[in-house]
Write a protein that binds this ligand. Structure first.
Ligand SMILES: [Fe+2]
Ligand SMILES: [Fe+2]
Length: 468
């Protein structure tokens, strides 16, 4: 088989024998990991999947039936811009880094490794969901997300192998050794160690946790380390579909709940096998808060260093901003001081995690508004809400304190006493789990979720997206 068949790429892999050998050695280990930790029970089935085949805006993807182990995981970077420059920070205006600058090597490795680790982690988290799919359409979307997270791992492993020498090779191997949720060798970030074992979890995960990925990738797509920027720019093209799966997935559950409420005496969705809004709300609270942690501490010297070095910018740094130095600016944020909430002004560069988190929160609010519109359309009076960004945090300023849903400081005892109202209970999870029965007849859908508005890529919902 030709190299380009085995590892599709636009990085002239055949012109770099050392790299080619390294990736060809990594390939069988990756496939072994995929067979062991990838989607359980469907490896031999034909799935109608999108495969990245180039980086042309028109026609970058090819749709066809493919068995997942035969998916052509490839390495694609957005084409290089002529005369690319570092876009921000202390070296703004200097030629973009084509190799890893020695003084930033550790920082960059850490950035790449942390991002890379999330990709296989999510595949592991989602590996058993196929067995309880609500429809063939959803089953296909799950697998689409899974194979593309696999491709994202390839994209990041390419960077590790090509630019980080021996350390990079070791890090690439470690990607296949850690396991989501395993206490002895966990994945790096906590959201990626949380179980994702029912479809409401899956939709919340792709809505809230993949959306963190969008913002991290967008910040890295601005990077002065050009190979990283170009890699992330192309990953974002695929990521949009993952967010679509999450946002419309939760939206369809929400709509169905409202429909079932209207049909049920006393507006009790549970009565007709739906997922009540209070359960959905608790799932939202859970995934939103864990995903906020992924942005890092509110006040962060790492964020300042990454910006100063030109490694990690703001969301749409070049498009949205004209001032790219941030030497004099400051940012006022809320902190806990002497047992109460107060405002503190910090240098802007130190607050960039919080700035990125703010972009993310606004994006989430937009989705919540849309879901609430669905509820109103069905004639039900109810509003879903996002909790305060201080609620249920495990990283940053608020991690060592307790807050209620609205962000008021409370005691640990009070939090524990009210926890079951805010976060999914065992009973919630068991109830949702009890609804999860596979529906695999083309055109049919589980009772707890509404069908999608349209199918994929011009195909109808009834299309046989997975041949079982
Ligand atoms: Fe990804
Ligand atoms: Fe994703």
């Amino acid at each position: 088989m030709e190299l380009h068949e085995r590892i599709p790429n636009n990085v002239n892999l055949s012109g770099d024998k050392r790299l080619q050998r390294a990736l060809e050695k990594w390939l069988p280990n990756y496939l072994e990991w995929w067979r062991e930790m990838g989607p359980e029970g469907f490896q031999e089935k034909d799935v109608w999947l999108r495969t990245a085949v180039s980086v042309e805006p028109e026609g970058w993807a090819h749709f066809d039936y493919v068995r997942m182990p035969d998916y052509r995981w490839g390495i694609f970077l957005k084409p290089a811009e002529a005369d690319a420059r570092v876009g921000f920070g202390d070296n703004a205006g200097a030629p973009a880094y084509q190799e890893v600058p020695g003084e930033f090597r550790n920082a960059l490795r850490r950035i790449v490794v942390t991002q890379a680790d999330t990709e296989p982690a999510s595949v592991e988290q989602q590996r058993r969901l196929g067995g309880t799919c609500p429809s063939l359409y959803d089953l296909r979307n799950l697998f689409q997300v899974n194979v593309e997270e696999g491709r994202h791992l390839w994209a990041m492993v390419y960077l590790l192998h090509k630019y980080f020498g021996r350390d990079g090779r070791d890090e690439a191997d470690a990607m296949l050794e850690r396991r989501s949720g395993n206490p002895d060798k966990p994945r790096i970030l906590e959201a990626f160690n949380q179980p994702c074992d029912d479809w409401l979890n899956f939709f919340c995960f792709t809505m809230f946790t993949d959306r963190d990925g969008k913002y991290q990738l967008s910040a890295l797509a601005e990077s002065g380390f050009e190979p990283l920027a170009r890699t992330c720019q192309f990953m974002l093209t695929e990521e949009a579909h993952h967010l679509f799966v999450g946002e419309t997935g939760v939206g369809r559950v929400v709509r169905r709940t409202a429909q079932l409420m209207k049909q049920s005496p006393g507006e009790d969705a549970r009565h007709l096998g739906g997922i009540p809004f209070d359960v959905i709300q608790r799932y939202i609270n859970y995934w939103f808060s864990y995903s906020l942690d992924l942005f890092g501490g509110e006040i962060s010297s790492n964020a300042a260093d990454f910006f100063a070095a030109g490694l990690k910018g703001r969301y749409q740094e070049r498009k949205k901003y004209t001032e790219h130095l941030l030497r004099e600016d400051s940012f006022t944020l809320t902190v806990v001081e002497a047992g109460r909430l107060s405002e503190r002004e910090v240098p802007m560069r130190n607050a960039l995690n919080e700035v990125l988190r703010g972009e993310y929160v606004r994006d989430c609010e937009r989705a919540l508004e849309r879901w609430n519109k669905y509820i109103a359309e069905e004639g039900v009076e109810h509003k879903l809400r996002l909790p305060s960004t201080r609620f249920h945090r495990h990283v940053g300023e608020f991690a060592s304190h307790n807050f209620d849903f609205d962000g008021n400081l409370i005691t640990a005892e009070e939090f524990e006493a009210r926890r079951d109202g805010w976060l999914p209970t065992l009973e919630d999870r068991e109830y949702v789990q009890s609804l999860m029965h596979p529906v695999t007849e083309p055109g049919k859908i589980a009772n707890w979720i509404a069908p999608p508005a349209t199918g994929i890529k011009g195909k109808p919902f009834e299309f046989e997206y997975v041949r079982l």
